[in-house]
Write a protein that binds this ligand. Structure first.
Ligand SMILES: *[C@@H]1O[C@H](CO)[C@@H](O)[C@H](O)[C@H]1NC(C)=O
Ligand SMILES: *[C@@H]1O[C@H](CO)[C@@H](O)[C@H](O)[C@H]1NC(C)=O
Ligand SMILES: *[C@@H]1O[C@H](CO)[C@@H](O)[C@H](O)[C@H]1NC(C)=O
Ligand SMILES: *[C@@H]1O[C@H](CO)[C@@H](O)[C@H](O)[C@H]1NC(C)=O
Ligand SMILES: *[C@@H]1O[C@H](CO)[C@@H](O)[C@H](O)[C@H]1NC(C)=O
Length: 468
């Protein structure tokens, strides 16, 4: 199929140069503008752990630290980070703009360890209160304006034993419903809301199914995607010995996207991250949409890829290089045969009971309706102009052997301030099947209804389209 160069140029001008939101369709994530499949290639990022958020600082509030770490995200070759807690009273515009310029998306947990900012798994009825809801709505309100906010997590491992399963499962549905209702009223686009689960076999299937179902057609109490925290692939394994084959089988008929929200067992060190190859292979990619390796920053629990020294200097650990190499290898080999997405037209109705979840499965009434109607007061995020200086790393970075890491500047891949000047149209782009432009053209050419149902082979590395 050949198209004229004129249309090509026009589309390049209109489409490129901005970071496009990612959206859910069926069991996968897509670039909402180009229709290209989006596989999560990322890391969990919360320097300082639980104390990484405070009144005056969080992981996305300090531009110099963001610049240093975003350079390293680029070096790793990732496209997503997950941040566990932020303080919505701080300004995040610069860090979010810089992430966007580097082509990196954010999955954000709405909770924090500060008082009244998380659900107590054993006493959800007291911690699900007005102050809590005000906090989570502020997080959503501020971050929904950034195109590179990929999704929100309503909770992380809130259900992790018998008692919490009985007490908290229905509160998780309530929080999901409240977040989605707030987004419906106040966000320009439907940002996906998910839940990140502890992979306990007693709850793996029942909790996922319970959070997926809905008795109402609006499906507000149903998650848009599901995250699994799994540490079961340790050292040298394969699909069978690791139990990944069971994970895939268990989630095969889930109607929403599944991803690893944490992975990376450290029982065998140094880690070899052999599971990365499996995650992005055809054995898993029809069910799993990639995942987030735990974790970027070294903490006492020893899962880090990077160690923070004094004065903001950092040292890369061995896991950094290993993870980077595995990801690069996986991306080269990675090919997904895109099947037609089956999208359910009616929600899966909730059952009366789910195994191991107890009998309190009625979703509590919302305490947040007044905030939802009126909106909450907080500074709305927006992309800002960055100076050349913002792209330059001011802190020293050391390789595992102690020598200095030479790169010190982030290379922008997206220009947020207008049509992109970093990308030029190759003269013969319509003759080659390797151009980004060809893909954008194809997607724009088809009616939007069929956009995401094309049968095609997507190569994440070079964006080639082999089948139309
Ligand atoms: C955000 O995405 C929308 C498409 O949904 C696009 O029109 C807009 O230009 C993007 N903005 C930026 C700053 O990337
Ligand atoms: C937590 O929130 C409740 C009700 O929303 C409030 O009464 C209480 O004072 C708050 N506690 C703290 C420590 O802020
Ligand atoms: C859905 O409806 C069924 C039966 O009508 C009821 O047993 C169940 O508790 C409801 N579940 C939710 C989550 O609303
Ligand atoms: C997509 O591929 C499947 C399996 O290869 C085939 O059955 C189906 O007809 C194709 N759909 C379209 C729209 O080409
Ligand atoms: C892009 O992918 C295609 C199909 O997998 C392959 O044949 C081609 O060599 C790749 N091109 C580049 C530049 O990597």
């Amino acid at each position: 199929m050949l198209y004229s160069v004129t249309i090509l140029l026009l589309l390049v001008h209109v489409v490129l140069g901005y970071i496009n939101p990612v959206a859910v369709k069926g069991k996968h994530f897509y670039d909402s503008v180009t229709g290209e499949l989006f596989m999560v290639k990322g890391v969990d990022y919360q320097p300082g752990g639980a104390s990484g958020v405070s009144v005056d600082k969080d992981p996305l509030s300090e531009i110099e630290e963001c610049t240093r770490d975003i350079l390293l995200f680029q070096e790793l070759g990732i496209n997503t980070i997950r941040v566990y807690s932020v303080n919505p009273d701080l300004n995040h515009d610069k860090c979010m703009s810089l992430l966007a310029a580097a082509g990196i998306y954010l999955i954000l947990d709405v909770n924090s360890p500060l008082p009244n900012q998380s659900i107590n798994r054993y006493e959800p009825w007291s911690s699900y209160n007005h102050d809590y809801l005000y906090h989570i709505f502020k997080v959503v309100d501020q971050f929904s304006h950034y195109n590179n906010t990929l999704a929100f997590f309503a909770g992380n491992e809130v259900v992790n034993d018998k008692v919490s399963a009985t007490h908290s499962s229905n509160y998780m549905k309530a929080v999901v419903r409240d977040l989605k209702t707030y987004i419906t009223h106040h966000s320009e686009r439907p940002i996906p809301v998910g839940y990140s689960a502890a992979d306990d076999l007693s709850f793996r299937i029942p909790l996922a199914k319970y959070l997926e179902c809905s008795n109402s057609t609006a499906e507000l109490d149903s998650v848009d995607f599901y995250g699994v925290n799994s540490y079961q692939w340790c050292g040298y394994q394969n699909m069978q010995t690791s139990g990944y084959d069971q994970l895939v089988a268990n989630y095969e008929d889930y109607t929403k996207p599944i991803m690893f929200s944490e992975y990376g067992c450290n029982e065998v060190t140094p880690r070899i991250f052999q599971e990365v190859e499996a995650i992005y292979s055809s054995k898993m990619s029809s069910v799993f949409n990639g995942g987030l390796a735990y974790e970027f920053a070294q903490e006492p629990n020893n899962y880090g890829m990077v160690e923070y020294l004094s004065d903001g200097r950092v040292k890369l650990l061995k896991d950094f290089e290993t993870f980077k190499n595995q990801l690069a290898k996986a991306s080269e080999n990675y090919q997904v045969k895109q099947m037609n997405e089956k999208v359910r037209s009616t929600p899966l109705r909730c059952q009366d009971t789910y195994e191991n979840l107890g009998n309190k499965l009625v979703v509590p009434q919302s305490l947040g309706m007044a905030f939802i109607t009126q909106g909450v007061k907080c500074e709305k995020g927006s992309f800002v102009q960055l100076s050349d200086d913002d792209f330059v790393v001011k802190r020293e970075i050391f390789l595992p052997d102690g020598t200095k890491f030479q790169k010190n500047k982030i290379v922008p891949t997206h220009n947020l301030n207008g049509p992109d000047t970093h990308q030029t149209v190759p003269e013969k782009s319509q003759g080659s099947k390797n151009g980004k432009y060809l893909q954008i053209l194809n997607v724009e050419t088809f009616p939007s209804s069929s956009r995401l149902t094309l049968n095609r082979t997507v190569s994440v590395k070079n964006y080639s389209l082999t089948t139309l």
